[in-house]
Structure formats: C-alpha cells, structure tokens
Design a protein around this ligand. Sequence first.
Ligand SMILES: [Fe+2]
Length: 298
Amino acid sequence: MDQCAIARGGNAKAGDEPGRREMASDVSRAVLAEGTVELPVLPRVAQRVMVLANDPDGSVTELAHVLKHDPAFAAHLLRLANSPLFAAKSPIVSITQALARLGMRQVRDFALVISMRAGVYSVAGYEADLEELFRTALVSALFAQEVARSRRLGVEEAFLAGLLHDIGEPVALRLAVEQVSKTEDPRTPAARERIWASVRELHGPIGADVVRAWTLPEPLALAALKHHQQYPLEPLTQMVAVADALTRCALLRCTCATGEAHVPDASEATMEALNLYPEDMMALVERGPELVAAAGAA
Ligand SMILES: [Fe+2]
C-alpha cells in the first residue's frame, strides 16, 4: 500500500463509529464485557487549572497560586510556553509572565498537554507507539487551530478539540493490551494487529467518556466521539475531522505515486460544511512541516 492510499483510507475506512454493542473485534467485545472501564484521572493541579480557567470569575492570581505550588508542573508549563507550540517572541521566565502572555485559556490547554503526556500516554511495552500518538495529538491540535483560523471560526476550543479527539486511543490501547495479556503475549505481530483493531473501534466512545469524566465542555466530547463519521453536524467536530486528515497527511509525508502532494481526504460532506475547497486544503497542507516540527520540539 502506498502512502497515498494509507492517508486516503483514514476517514473513509473508519466510517461511522460502531455502536458499543456492535463491535467487530473479539478484543473490543471482551473489553466492553468487563463492564466499567477505568478512565484516567486528571492530576489535581490540572483539575484546578481547568476549573479556574473555565470559570468566568476565575482569577489569574489564584491560577498563578495553584501553579506555583506544583514546581514540577510549573517548570513543565514554562518549557511549553517557550517551545515552538506557542512561539513566544521573547523568553517567558515566570508563571506570572506566562499567564500574562499566554492567557488563562492557553495555560489551561498546556496544563492538559502536560497531564495527558504523563498520565495517559503511557502503556508498558508500547512506549514508542504512544510517543507517536502523542505527537499526532499535538499536530492535530495545531492543525485544528489553523483550520478554525482559515474558516474564521472560533479558535477558542479548536486546539483542545484537536488535542483531545483521539484521547481514547491510549486508554483503549491499555485496556486492549490488558485483555490480550490474559491469554497471550501482547507483543507478537498478530496480537498487536488485534489490539490496534480494537483501539480503532473503541477510541471514539472511550475518548468521549474521558472528556466527560474530566468535565470538559460537551462539544469536545462529541468531537472525540464523532470525528470519524461521514456527516458530523457540529462545526467543532467537522474542524477536527479535517485536522485529523491533515495530520495523517503531514505525518505520513503524504504524496501520490507521482510524488505530488494530494488533497487530504476528509469526507466531502465535512469539506462542504466548512466551505473548504481543494486549494484551501492545499494551503493548510503546506503548513504541515512547520506544525510537525513545532509538535516535535514541544
Ligand atoms: Fe480517531
């Protein structure tokens, strides 16, 4: 299969998310038969940041106070603030300065980046895969922001929607690995294939559960749940679906056999809903190398 075909397979192949009772893979059915799915918990500092940043009355002073009481978290936040993810024009050297320059919303977004990397994207034996999934989440977040800007739609939640839309993947991966480990070595090629098939099936609904468990806005949960549907109705989900296609293309350095870049294949309905023409998509494709580099350096 050439790279072009892989990228084109994305949304078209995934189709509508299957209902939880109609999972095709044995691993998915076994995972769901377990009953309650253990979802990752946000670290306390990130929970406080979420609450304060989403509260219209939340104060910057209080947020700074929360961050300063977790030096490791604060140090990580400063590192992100000075990374190409934010592209600061001059160095940011303190939490107070970070809050002033980034704003509460961006600090909230970075708090999630930090929490996700440490707490969600870690499954023993799958470190390299998860590093790749995390990088993909960051590139998706940056692309979602670009799509929102190009459509002159609110960029408010775009970064977060892109970041979180596949949050179900690492969780589903952990559950599938645990399930397969009961009867066989999960590291064999055959086991890995069954595990990833299950991740593809489960990541939408599980991702929506995670977003809801973290009490984030419902449109973010819907983006996680529906981003592989052919006809998503919500603009945020549509933007994420396009960002997903662009990300796949950027990371696969997607070219056709001729070596020419091709237009990433988000569903036609989604492109139409966002009023996106092939030339708009190609303009976004051209941003790919820069966004991939920014995500890699974060
Ligand atoms: Fe996905």
